[in-house]
Design a protein around this ligand. Structure first.
Ligand SMILES: NC(=O)c1ccc[n+]([C@@H]2O[C@H](COP(=O)([O-])OP(=O)(O)OC[C@H]3O[C@@H](n4cnc5c(N)ncnc54)[C@H](O)[C@@H]3O)[C@@H](O)[C@H]2O)c1
Length: 334
């Protein structure tokens, strides 16, 4: 029997290895591979921990042409920050060698999740938002909101204004205090008291809350707006007034996942929208099979449920950089 060494990387190590620019490039490639039909990615199954208001998902994937495979185990427990001083989302990623099934790396996946989710938002904006977008409205100012802004800054180079709202004032203020110095090319990071003030007249709206009822109302959304809906990633979650969907070009990350647990899940179940109302997937747009934004007036909605292939390519990127930089430690699991 040969010796099998598995590389172990902590969340902090993974964080120090990843740059948003590289993650965007990797995730865009993964979306393209999916659009062209070269990935295996069954929809994620869930466990629901009702008594703890949390859930857990398992996310396997294989990008065939890139020969990258991984499995992520990830939760969403919105009470974690207040109850345990832990993040809402904690994750572990196992990177698998497709040729023998061995675990080549095991890594903390919280930072990785935030980076690849931010990247998805940035890529969606690149293809769906107006190129002259300057004003961003953030609804929810937690962990995901931070990487959503850094991805938008990476894609746009600079933004004029980011308005920040959160139902918890302390979360909003913390966001501004912590992120302000990082966002060098951002002229104005503005705290606002209401969702309406954040989104009214914004070019890009980003929702990152675990809400189970609409919090962004139709009358606040003007023509030409792009919305990145990130928070709804499990059944029954929704952040947008479904009337927005009736006016919008809707793009999913994956139909199977989005129809059950994305921003379109509830409006589909209620019959407010139908499958025919969905324009396509971000993978089809990235691969050039479908058009992205087609006019200045169009309202565009990207519903992100989070894809296992995003995790796999991001974990692979961290693994390669760790190997090159001699970061982490190995153990013999087998
Ligand atoms: N689409 C994806 O790929 C993806 C990836 C990771 C997380 N998520 C989801 O995104 C959501 C946020 O995750 P996070 O890690 O940023 O959590 P977080 O707890 O760090 O941040 C969420 C923030 O939203 C705020 N909030 C809650 N309800 C609100 C409301 N009604 N109005 C305004 N603000 C409100 C909270 O106070 C909190 O500050 C969760 O639902 C999570 O499951 C999605």
């Amino acid at each position: 029997m040969g010796i099998l060494k598995t590389l172990i990387l902590t969340d902090n190590e993974v964080g120090s290895l990843l740059s948003m620019e590289e993650v965007i490039e990797a995730v865009e490639q993964a979306f393209k591979e999916k659009g062209l039909g070269h990935v295996q990615m069954p929809p994620k199954p869930y466990l629901f921990f009702e008594r703890y208001s949390g859930d857990l998902r398992v996310m396997p994937s294989y990008l065939k042409r890139m020969d990258i495979a991984a499995v992520k185990v990830v939760n969403s427990h919105p009470k974690n920050p207040s109850s345990y001083s832990l993040p809402t989302v904690i994750a572990t990623v196992i990177l698998i060698d497709p040729k023998n099934g061995a675990a080549i790396a095991i890594m903390g996946g919280a930072h990785l999740t935030a980076m690849r989710t931010g990247a998805a938002g940035g890529i969606a904006a690149k293809h769906l938002a107006r190129r002259d977008s300057k004003v961003v409205g953030l609804v929810g100012a937690g962990v995901q909101a931070r990487t959503q802004v850094s991805a938008l800054l990476t894609v746009y180079g600079k933004l004029e204004e980011v308005r920040v709202c959160d139902k918890v004032e302390e979360a909003r203020n913390k966001f501004i205090a912590e992120t302000g110095p990082q966002y060098g090319h951002l002229s104005d990071l503005i705290p606002v008291e209401s969702v309406e003030k954040a989104v009214d007249g914004a070019d890009i709206v980003v929702t990152t809350t675990p809400s189970k009822q609409p919090i962004v109302m139709d009358e606040w959304i003007s023509e030409g707006t792009h919305l990145n809906c990130i928070g709804a990633d499990a059944p029954a979650k929704e952040e947008l007034d479904p009337a927005i969907m009736k006016r919008a070009k809707i793009v999913v990350d994956d139909w199977e996942q989005a129809s059950h647990c994305g921003e379109i899940g509830v409006p589909l179940a209620k019959g407010i929208i139908k499958k025919e109302d969905i324009w396509g997937s971000i993978g089809e747009i990235v691969a050039g099979l479908k058009e992205g934004r087609s006019s200045r007036q169009e309202i565009t909605v990207f519903t992100s449920t989070g894809l296992a292939i995003q995790d796999a390519v991001t974990a692979n990127l961290a693994y390669e950089k760790a190997r090159a930089g001699n970061i982490g430690r190995t153990i013999e699991l087998t």
